[in-house]
Ligand binder design. Structure first.
Ligand code: GLV
Ligand code: GLV
Length: 320
């Protein structure tokens, strides 16, 4: 008998076809996030689940699905899953690192350029009929050439952003848990980075430790001319504090692809023209999403029939 898999969203057909070769597959046909109750019901008697970052695989869900042997997350971030609980139940959790690195790094650069060069504001300006002709002081922005990019969290995505920034003639400093010896990128403390960087971009996973890492105090350490970019996870930034800092002119602007309580956005941020807001589209390209679906499917195949250890979040769950 084939193992039974539940897929929480109708993902790319090529990935579903792959899954059907190995598994008995049940798919949520609707393009919406399931409620906790629906998620629990759908995972009953399933051996594995392929879920999204919007599926909250918390203690209750994991406890309520005793047959579940594996979780495959369609994301590089896995803060939607209670890893401690998965460890207790010896449930390995898989994720999709690597395949979305370039797409996310590209979108980070898009946000850096959009905020510093006021791209969205300029587009709105034209559409509202305000463009009456070229002028020397129309919608002036900030050069990134020769400026310093500060990267918080130097994993795959941080490094891919650093490479792109170098092509724009920026110098790059980063902070991480330890010095990764990534010359010419300069390893510094978070304090130094906040004080010196012209653009600060977040590329660390969300954990309890870095909840509100960027709070009022840290925002006040930044230059008044600095921009904050977040394509990582919303709760790393205290959104209300960010809105206040922007309103008070303690920061020049922000580019945000993620929010504290998605899909909600702090109402003050919606009013600020120096903020560019995107609906969590870091990895949202046709190719990348297909590759994520294929990797999430392959991770399940590997767990049931193969090597098991690639793209695994919690190797301790496989120890007996
Ligand atoms: C997207 O936010 C991801 O974690 O893949
Ligand atoms: C994600 O791929 C990261 O490690 O930054």
């Amino acid at each position: 008998m084939k193992p039974k898999i539940f897929v929480t969203y109708p993902l790319a057909e090529t990935a579903i076809q792959k899954l059907r070769r190995y598994f008995e597959v049940d798919i949520n046909p609707e393009k919406r996030t399931l409620t906790q109750e629906e998620l629990i019901n759908s995972c009953q008697n399933k051996d594995g689940v392929l879920c999204l970052l919007t599926d909250n695989m918390n203690k209750t869900v994991i406890e309520s699905c005793p047959s579940l042997k594996v979780i495959s997350n369609y994301a590089v971030g896995y803060n939607n899953i209670d890893i401690g609980m998965a460890n207790d139940r010896k449930i390995p959790v898989y994720y999709t690192p690597g395949v979305l690195t370039d797409a996310t790094a590209d979108l980070t650069l898009a946000l850096i350029l959009a905020t510093t060069r006021r791209v969205v504001e300029s587009d709105a300006f034209i559409r509202s009929g305000q463009f009456t002709g070229w002028s020397p002081d129309l919608l002036l922005g900030f050069d990134i050439n020769g400026k310093t990019l500060g990267i918080v969290g130097m994993g795959r995505i941080g490094l891919a952003v650093a490479k792109r920034a170098t092509a724009f003639n920026m110098s790059v400093m980063y902070t991480a848990r330890h010095d990764k010896a990534l010359k010419p990128y300069e390893y510094v403390s978070l304090d130094t980075l906040l004080e010196k960087a012209d653009i600060i971009s977040l590329h660390l996973p969300y954990t309890q430790e870095n909840h509100h890492l960027i709070n009022a105090q840290r925002l006040s350490q930044m230059k008044k001319t600095a921009f904050l970019i977040n394509t990582a996870r919303g709760p790393i930034v205290e959104e209300a504090a960010l809105a206040n800092a922007l309103i008070a002119g303690k920061l020049a602007g922000a580019g945000l692809d993620v929010f504290e309580e998605e899909p909600k956005v702090h109402p003050d941020l919606l009013k600020l023209s120096q903020v560019v807001l995107l609906p969590h589209i870091g990895s949202a390209t046709e190719d990348t999403r297909t590759n994520m679906a294929l990797m999430a499917a392959e991770n399940l195949v590997q767990f049931f029939f193969g090597q098991k250890t690639e793209h695994l979040v919690n190797p301790q769950a496989l120890n007996t």
